[in-house]
Design a protein around this ligand. Structure first.
Ligand SMILES: NC(=O)c1ccc[n+]([C@@H]2O[C@H](COP(=O)([O-])OP(=O)(O)OC[C@H]3O[C@@H](n4cnc5c(N)ncnc54)[C@H](OP(=O)(O)O)[C@@H]3O)[C@@H](O)[C@H]2O)c1
Length: 222
């Protein structure tokens, strides 16, 4: 499978690229607004996976070129730029592609982080509005700490909540998630449940910030 990571030069894109690069044979397409930056990141990810004993196929492109080549497109860009990013690639999305959103909108004040959804109700809803109607959208990977993903020596032992309205697309993303060792995909229902899933992220960040030894916190439901 070909997986595009738009904004894959950033933290969560790096973490997912390294884990899929080490543990699967998928072709990973790092997207960026700047293709040179994407190529540099791709080269660096190949080196990191190689040092960990793997053999990853990772290439760098503009976001549009990465999305055009991909079967699955992960929007690994900051939440307030998902609409612009989707609009920049909408023309190249095919009916059988799947768009994945890991984004959670947060704001910070003196007390900590708070869930701060856009007017659409959730970042996922914003993505659903921006993505062409015939292309399925799935939410996943919101509650993973990028640093823990990128540390290839770290055990995960955590869950990711997957939401979607298209059963095939949701199953595809759940399979991709579970190909990462130690990551379990749990069905959290349809896209209408996005706010509940996204709002876990600021909670995790607050707990990680306020408690020693909880850096890069994840959740295992049991
Ligand atoms: N960090 C985490 O631990 C984590 C965990 C789970 C989910 N998430 C979610 O994953 C998404 C990405 O998080 P992140 O921490 O990886 O973000 P990030 O490192 O701050 O940014 C990711 C990439 O987004 C691109 N970008 C930055 N500004 C942009 C803009 N104005 N328009 C379009 N692209 C822009 C940049 O790529 P180029 O400059 O190369 O274009 C950047 O490398 C967020 O929505 C976040 O909620 C994050």
């Amino acid at each position: 499978m070909r997986i595009a990571l738009l904004g894959g030069t950033g933290d969560v894109g790096e973490g997912l690229a390294l884990r899929w690069g080490l543990e699967t044979n998928h072709e990973l397409l790092v997207g960026s607004r700047d293709p040179e930056k994407a190529r540099d990141a791709a080269e660096s990810y190949v080196g990191t996976v190689s040092a960990a004993g793997g053999d990853a196929t990772v290439k760098g492109f503009t976001n549009g070129m990465a999305a055009d080549r991909a079967d699955v497109v992960v929007l690994s860009v900051p939440p307030y730029h998902v609409s612009d990013t989707v609009e920049s690639v909408a023309d190249v999305l095919d009916d059988d592609d799947v768009v994945v959103t890991p984004a959670a909108g947060m704001k910070r004040d003196d007390d900590g982080f708070h869930y701060h959804p856009p007017g659409a109700g959730s970042v996922t809803a914003l993505v659903r509005e921006a993505v062409p109607e015939h292309v399925p959208v799935v939410g996943a990977f919101h509650n993973l700490a990028a640093g823990r993903l990128a540390d290839l020596e770290a055990d995960l032992g955590i869950d990711t909540l997957v939401i979607g309205d298209d059963a095939d697309a949701t199953a595809t993303v759940s399979r991709l998630a579970e190909e990462i060792e130690g990551l379990r995909a749990l069905d959290a229902g349809g896209l209408a449940n996005a706010a509940e899933v996204e709002s876990l992220t600021p909670l995790l960040v607050n707990v990680a910030t306020n408690n020693e030894g909880m850096h890069d916190l994840g959740v295992r439901f049991s």
